[in-house]
Design a protein around this ligand. Structure first.
Ligand SMILES: [Zn+2]
Length: 61
């Protein structure tokens, strides 16, 4: 499978990763294969709700 054709769609809010780290609420562009992912916003929400907040360096602001 051609990785460049894959596009991540957030399973929670249905936003699409249009480019690295940029999520927009749009339709999956033609020729792209949607792959389930999670946007940073929902990822954070889910982590908080589940009580699993990893103390990773990358999570600090
Ligand atoms: Zn999301």
């Amino acid at each position: 499978m051609d990785e460049r054709k894959l596009i991540f769609v957030c399973a929670w809010c249905k936003k699409v990763e249009i480019s690295k780290g940029v999520w927009e609420l749009i339709k999956v562009p033609d020729g792209k294969i949607p792959s389930h992912g999670i946007c940073p916003e929902c990822g954070e929400k889910v982590r908080k709700e589940s009580g699993l907040v990893p103390k990773k360096k990358s999570d600090r602001k």
